[in-house]
Design a binder for this molecule. Sequence first.
Ligand code: SF4
Length: 709
Amino acid sequence: MQNTATPTHCPYCALQCGMNLTPAPDGTVVVSERADFPVNRGALCGKGRTSAEVLARNVRLTSPLVRDEGGTLVPASWDEALERIAAGLGRTRAEHGPDAVGVFGGGGLTNEKAYTLGKFARVVLGTSQIDYNGRFCMSSAAAAGIKAFGLDRGLPFPLEDIPKSGCVILVGSNLAETMPPSLRFFTELKENGGTLIVIDPRRTKTAEQADLHLAPRPGTDLALALGLLHLVIAEGRVDEEYVKERTAGWEDARAAAMAHWPEYVERITGVSVPQLREVVRMFCEPESAMVLTARGPEQQSKGTDTVGAWINLCLATGRAGRPRSGYGCLTGQGNGQGGREHGQKADQLPGYRKLDDPAARAHVAEVWGVDPDSLPGPGRSAYELLDALGTDIRSLLLMASNPVVSAPRAAHIEERIRSLDFLAVCDVVLSETAELADVVLPVTQWAEETGTTTNLEGRVLLRRRAITPPDGIRSDLEVLHELAARLGVEKGFPTDPEEVFEELRRASAGGAADYSGITYRRLAEENGVFWPCPAAVETADADEDALPGGEAPAVHPGTPRLFLDRFATPDGRARFVPVSHRATAEEPDEEYPVLLTTGRVVAQYQSGAQTRRVAELNAAAPGPFVELHPRLAARLGAAEGDPVAVVSRRGRAVAPARITHAIRPDTVFMPFHWPGEGRANTLTNPALDPTSRMPEFKACAVRLEAVER
Ligand code: SF4
């Protein structure tokens, strides 16, 4: 590998910041600024800047591990480890049937890996039981987007459109900590005269940037959006012409909103009627406006309806499918967007096709060279799959996920994982979940392999291999190739990412997420391509320059902006979905009088499996904490730094108190990046949204107890 800079992208969040990687003579890798990528223009947060530290041998897995007879994980050869996995999965399949074998993926997997994992589950194992941790991330927004617009692409416009809008309502996103380089789009918005409204129960670093910050009670964003729509109607601010021309279903949505009087909404949310009126004024007066949601409104047992209510607000005011206006979801995980498009979801086939659609099954089966009838149907969603471990599901193959830390009701899920007959984990580090495995395989990381991801804008990107992986490490694609062969499928599982992508292009062709016009060469030359991007011309050189004569492009340009002419529904109209307020699954009561909400801090990423191994990040965010209001702390008799026990119906977590006026007095906050005593997900409620099957991470009832130091 040359000692020159390789342009690539960050391994962490869905912003997928551009960066350069250069191998240094001492064997380390230098991360440097890459100014040509428009999303971050060279800026990186601390996680991206230090990302190369996880490439070091001393923090990562360097050999396969197998559990010996004494119960200890010990180094083993690749042959032995792969044989054990094939035998473990094969035995379960033979004894209990294919659906007794589960597969669990991750939103960090490249498109090629997510695609291959879905194909492996359905073609090699024949199981319907596959889902991934992205179900915990943005699935409610995806479900609401499909209902309203007929299509889910997180942002239907590039981030660069944000500063051109007149007003942005940011609901439940702390992007100043989760994706700091994106903050500049909102700073530019304000510099251009636009306004920023942030809705969050905490006065976060993002909320500090806002022109107006509303702090509703956790789990009440649905009522808040309905109250705003009520005022829009009452104040005569509905864009009647737009509603008539571009939407359907207004009357039912209107009636639902009219039942949510501002005073009623004030009682539910704690947001005053004058504040509601101010939001309506700020949102409706400019020519253009946007609503962006993130995990706050989405990670609820009514997340789909909550996002639907915000979409209704956009539709009623003509703020969707128009320049500088729209609804968007800020996807979280690195490949959270692509990971939900190509088949590792329980109900899905590549190209965002539905597994229960006969035409979709026939198309994909043809690409895969199998009988459509051999493809299993939809399986369980992520939490339901994890909950079935050890009972209906007896063996599990897990890639790029750490549910022992990141799943709701985590102690129960840990116990379910421990009860499995067989667990195999592919990861770069020995995560808390990998520690429980029968076999652990060390796999290559982003800098050591080529592959594509799709960022939160729907921009497909090429991550390039910059360095050679250490001896003893193989890629996830090589692992799946080897396992497929050992389980009797010799062909169809290439190890070359570009070869996989070429097959993915064909499998996605004609689907909602159509990648058929995208090639590695284009991605390298164009700095990313927005899907849908069908192959515009069916010729051998379809990705060459314009056709002779120049009128029709030989290459589809990609689609940075969706819905400007029509929505992706059969009649081209967006759908209002009538929704009504309902309580969180677990409201506070005498025994559990406080609400817990969970989230992230700037120096850690997701379950922390990688970032907790980086010294600088660990120093900045060494452990969990309980953020609480001074009034609550006084009632508890807790001072700053005192250990506080947070107890829910599912368990108990202890962490130091962090006392601040930045949170509501009826709410406590815990970040979820750590295992052990301070594991926030020990407490969280797995109540599921009926449509998206997203658990309610954002609100559960707890009580606080003082703990002796
Ligand atoms: Fe990486 Fe996200 Fe930080 Fe950008 S914002 S450097 S993509 S973690």
